[in-house]
Each structure stands twice: as C-alpha cells, then as structure tokens.
Design a protein around this ligand. Structure first.
Ligand SMILES: *Cc1c(COP(=O)(O)O)cnc(C)c1O
Length: 429
C-alpha cells in the first residue's frame, strides 16, 4: 500500500482525509486520488534524472483526468498522448504542447493536423504508411514535423500478453530490421525533421532486464544511423515500469533509472521517458459500497456498487486488486465493521462482484472479509487504467473522481448523469 493511504484510528485515510467521509460526501462508486502520492512519484523520476537532459512525458492514457494532468504539468512534466482527444485534454489542463510526444499506430489526418497546429515536440511514427501521411499533411500545412520512429526491438517484456508491445508479432512500431531503411527514407523528406528514436515494450514490467535489452538494441540502430550521418537529438525509452498490486516486486524508480543511465553511458542525447502506471497506479483507490450479500451453494457473493464498467482490469486481464475495509473493527484486522442494525456476518470468503450482467463482472475472487450490506470497501491500486478505461455499459453513469491534498477534498469530476449519457441520442420518425 502506498504511504499516502493508511489506517488511522481504524479508518482508512487518504493523506489526512477518511475515505468514509468522502463516501458520505460524494457517494459511491468514487475514485479517490492522492496529490501527494502523484507528486512523490514524479519527483522520484526527476530526482533520479537530475543532471541529465531529460523530459518526463506522463502517459496520459493511464489516467487522463484534468486535475491529474495539471498536477504533473505544474511539476514540469511533458505528456505522451495517443489521440487528438488526449492532446485537447493536455492543453485544457495547462500542459505545454512543446512537451508533447504523440504515439499510436492509427493517427488520423485530423489528429496529425491538430498536433501540427499545436506545434507538439515530436511524432512517434509507427509505420511507413504513417510517415507518408505525416509528410503529406505537414506539407499541405507548410509545416515541418519533428519525428522519431518507434522501433519494435523484439524483446519479451515478460508481462501479460495484452500489454506486451515489443514483440515482432505485436502491431506496434517499425520492425527492427526495417528501421534503418525507414530512417533513410525519412531523412530524404525535407518536410520531416528526424529528432529521435523511441521504443515502448509493454506495461506492468517488473524486471529491469527487458528494458535494458531494448535499450541495447536501440543503441545499435542509433550507431548505425550516426554512421550514415543521421544524428539523433533524443532517445525516448517509453514507459512500462510496473507497480505492486499483490506480491510483485518491481524495481524502485531510482534503481530502474540507474540501470537505464548505466546502459546509456557515454550517450549525450536528451532522454525522454513515458511513465504512466507507475505515476498514478498506487495513487488512487476505487471506493465502493456493498449492496447485497448473496450466499450461494458454492460461493458467497458480495454485490458491490462498482462494476467492470468502472474498473475493467479484473475482467480484461484477470488482474488482482487488493480490497480493503474502509473501517476495520480492531487496530490491525482487515475486516470491515458491519453497520449497526444490519445483519453483520462473521468473516467469510466472498466473491466481490458488480451488478453487471456478465460473469466476467468481478472485482476480486475469494476475499476473506466480514461484510454486511452497506459496508464500504476500497479497491486499491486503482489509479491507473481504472477511470480511463471505464465505460457506460448497462447505462451506468461513470463514477465521481476526487483528489485529496492534505486535509482538502476536491471533486475533480462530477458523477455522470443518465441525462448526459442519452443527450446525443435520437428517436426516429
Ligand atoms: C501506454 C503507453 C505508455 C505508458 O505505459 P505504462 O505501462 O502505463 O507506463 C508509454 N508509452 C506508450 C507509447 C504507451 O502506449
């Protein structure tokens, strides 16, 4: 558990605020973020990179709430975006377009145009076809586009197959063996200015070795290009550093950076990194309330008011999230206190599930908790790929989002209403 989430007097707190008070104020389900945790993660990166020309481009897709983007922008962050929508979020949050890198395999003409208009730092080009399209669009606008090619280094990131991106069978980046030829082609296009090379091999990586293997392969290409007179100004080594959800032991940020810097010895290029999950994952929780207890023949179910539309990771990746009681009965048990007057149960093992009509709609399997209807639970480590992957399946308005700063509570996104959901829909004559 992140330091900024802990029990004080049997009550789970975010910084100095009790989660139970937030639930009373904003209802559930509700995402709650700690500003101090966000700041601390970012500072670990910038401290470890001190003295080295660098730019930390927060990967917006991990959590794109404007308040979060603004906290990072004020700390000096740049941003890694994967859509025109994310660019608009960055600008709305006070981010600097000159610190934006644009990744993604499917950039549309409209998105390229928008990013050229905003004068972003660099396009991370992922295919030969994209190179041609960017050349054409920039040319038609009378602009020069700064580019880097995303190289697929073909290394095994040893993570979940859905979030592994650096193998040659994946859709991402330019094939390693074709990269130099494509750089030559780009070099001959006067409208494109080659500024760097990038790679991103996957997410939730818990070992340093795949990163280093990728860096070494990237450097071989960098040298091959230099030998042909194509000098690069920056190296963008992507994101992907994992966090602890259960019992993973990812390297500390400082150790990961030290290993990267070790592999980059003697290199003077500006270093760009694109961390997402590691900056926000353990800085947020999803607050939810038990609606029903449903004893079953084989399993007991606790039906909560959060569901797979709010937090998709368990359904999508079979991901594990710790589930903690917001109020515990003794100083060190992990069991929630039943509310007075409800049918309190002694601890037993529950499937923690949502109300959605899918068997895949679960938050956690086989959790030992003493749950009663209306108990509050905190789904931990939910700050990354939680709200940003949420949907309106089952016409469920999306959760509210709150940011805590010390003893202050800020509503940073209102709970959605059904009126908002149906606003664009029409009945035909
Ligand atoms: C998703 C993504 C990231 C961030 O990945 P994390 O695992 O959240 O750090 C960085 N770069 C690119 C290109 C991405 O697609």
């Amino acid at each position: 558990m992140d330091d900024h989430f802990n029990y004080q007097n049997k009550q789970l707190h975010v910084e100095r605020v009790a989660l139970a008070d937030i639930a009373a104020l904003q209802g559930t389900p509700c995402y709650v973020y700690s500003r101090a945790a966000l700041t601390s993660g970012f500072r670990q990166f910038s401290d470890a990179l001190q003295g080295r020309d660098h730019l930390i481009c927060y990967a917006v897709k991990a959590n794109s709430n404007l308040a979060i983007l603004n906290v990072f922008a004020r700390l000096g962050a740049g941003f890694d975006i994967v859509s025109g929508g994310e660019l608009q979020r960055v600008l709305a949050a006070g981010g600097d377009a000159r610190k934006v890198v644009f990744s993604g395999v499917g950039k549309t003409v409209a998105e390229l145009r928008m990013a050229l208009e905003a004068d972003i730092l660099c396009f991370n080009v992922e295919s030969a076809a994209e190179l041609d399209r960017l050349n054409e669009v920039a040319g038609s606008m009378g602009k020069v586009a700064a580019i880097s090619l995303r190289v697929n280094p073909d290394v095994d990131a040893k993570t979940h197959p859905y979030i592994s991106t650096g193998l040659k069978q994946n859709k991402f980046g330019v094939a390693y063996t074709e990269a130099v030829a494509l750089y030559r082609k780009a070099h001959a296009m006067p409208i494109l200015r080659i500024t760097g090379m990038d790679c991103h091999i996957g997410s939730q990586l818990t070992e340093t070795s795949p990163f280093i293997a990728a860096v070494e392969k990237v450097l071989v290409l960098v040298d091959a290009l230099a030998a042909e007179g194509i000098a690069l100004e920056h190296l963008d080594l992507g994101g992907g550093l994992g966090i602890c959800y259960q019992d993973e032991t990812p390297p500390a940020i400082a150790d990961y950076i030290a290993a990267l810097l070790g592999a980059l010895q003697g290199r003077t290029q500006k270093l760009i990194l694109e961390p997402g999950r590691v900056l926000v994952g353990n800085a947020g929780v999803l607050l939810t309330r038990v609606e029903y207890i449903k004893p079953g023949e084989e399993k007991n179910f606790a039906i909560v008011d959060a569901a797979m539309n709010d937090l998709m990771r368990p359904a999508l990746y079979d991901a594990y999230h710790d589930i903690l009681p917001v109020v515990r009965e003794t100083e060190n048990d992990t069991l929630p206190q039943a509310r007075e007057g409800t049918n309190a149960k002694s601890p037993s093992v529950f499937e923690i599930v949502g109300p959605i009509c899918e068997t895949g709609d679960f938050i956690g399997h086989a959790r030992e908790l003493a749950i009663a209807p209306s108990s509050l639970l905190a789904v931990m480590s939910a700050g990354a790929y939680g709200m940003s992957m949420s949907s309106n399946y089952n016409t469920r308005p999306r959760a509210a989002e709150v940011m805590v700063d010390g003893d202050q509570v800020y509503l940073v996104r209102e709970r959605e209403t059904v009126q908002q959901l149906i606003a664009g829909e029409k009945i035909i004559a």
